[in-house]
Design a protein around this ligand. Structure first.
Ligand SMILES: Nc1ncnc2c1ncn2[C@@H]1O[C@H](COP(=O)(O)OP(=O)(O)OP(=O)(O)O)[C@@H](O)[C@H]1O
Ligand SMILES: C=C(C)CCOP(=O)(O)O
Length: 296
């Protein structure tokens, strides 16, 4: 059932949070990657509940006893205060989600990857349309738990230049954040100056927006608890690709963006540390604990 907290409010992850969090929800988490276009409804609900609690909770360290509010009460109060807040604080949350069984199946069917492009408008539309529909589902799930989520569709705003470097405008994100919204963007297909249109991984978007907005923390929530070593233990910290190249593999399911190997390679480009962790560690991520594997 929908709560009444979808109006923009200054995002309050908890009082210890100062700065921006960029969180990627892996496509493997929110969809069943073995079946085309299958949302993993149970897991999606679980993770958005956790996000909803972190974003709308009044249970922060400075909130005591009678000051505590339900999400709906809080929403009403904040709606009333909107004009006053208008919104000096540049804190907040950006959510990026991956392709899962929506993007990757269509991309593979059309033989498109991050480097092999297509000039077929129908193929571009099919891939984008699948991602757009998955994004609709994520936004609706977030609204149901009171998160003021609004979409950013990369195909309409992002491109790759002659060197395949991603160009994505940061202003829409910062302005949405400034007004208290939670921008929700996604892996997509984008126009590529070299080769028609190519796949853009959500991981690449994470790096661009986290750097463009000097995010405080970056988290990638995947199905695994972190990057595993040969023995199946989570590697606490990765600082070079070479040190883990032997244990990094592709995704076990259809994935045109390189699975865990692609993820680690992309995240090593980040200036700030990123954490790869599983859905059960999401609450700890929001509580600023060390979770999963840190890529630094
Ligand atoms: N050393 C490793 N440690 C952990 N997972 C690994 C490792 N090597 C390969 N993998 C695979 O990488 C997968 C995670 O990559 P994947 O691209 O599927 O993640 P995702 O971001 O959640 O999904 P999507 O790309 O659809 O957004 C794991 O499910 C696992 O199959
Ligand atoms: C396959 C498409 C369209 C997007 C891939 O994004 P990712 O799952 O974040 O790598």
């Amino acid at each position: 059932m929908s709560r009444e907290t979808n109006s923009p409010v200054p995002v309050n992850l908890n009082t210890s949070m100062k700065g921006l969090s960029v969180l990627k929800l892996g496509g493997s988490v929110i969809t069943d990657k073995t079946t085309p276009e299958a949302v993993d409804t149970d897991t999606l609900e679980t993770v958005v509940e956790t996000i909803g609690s972190a974003v709308t909770s009044g249970e922060s360290a400075s909130t005591t006893g009678h000051e505590r509010q339900t999400s709906a009460e809080r929403s009403k109060k904040d709606i009333g205060n909107l004009n006053h807040h208008s919104h000096a604080e540049h804190e907040g949350l950006i959510i990026v989600h991956g392709g899962g069984s929506f993007g990757h199946h269509h991309a593979e069917r059309h033989n498109v990857s991050t480097t092999t492009g297509t000039s077929d408008a129908a193929a571009i539309w099919e891939i984008h349309d699948a991602m757009r529909r998955l994004n609709d589902t994520v936004i609706e799930a977030l609204h149901a738990v009171g998160v003021p989520a609004i979409p950013v569709h990369p195909l309409s705003v992002a491109t790759r230049d002659e060197n395949s470097t991603l160009e994505i405008p940061i202003d829409p994100f910062s302005r949405m954040l400034a007004q208290g919204y939670v921008p929700v963007t996604h892996g997509d297909i984008v126009i590529d100056s070299q080769s028609g249109a190519t796949i853009l991984s959500g991981d690449e978007i994470v790096v661009s927006v986290a750097e463009g907005l000097t995010a405080d923390r970056v988290g990638l929530c995947s199905t695994v608890s972190g990057v595993y070593d040969d023995d199946g233990s989570v590697i606490p910290k990765i600082t070079t690709y070479e040190s883990v190249a032997d244990v990094l593999g592709d995704s076990e399911t259809t994935d045109v963006t390189g699975g865990m190997a692609g993820k680690v390679r992309t995240l090593l480009n980040l200036e700030m540390p990123a954490h790869i962790f599983g859905p059960t560690a999401l609450t700890e991520f929001f509580a600023h604990k060390q979770v999963g594997t840190s890529i630094q």
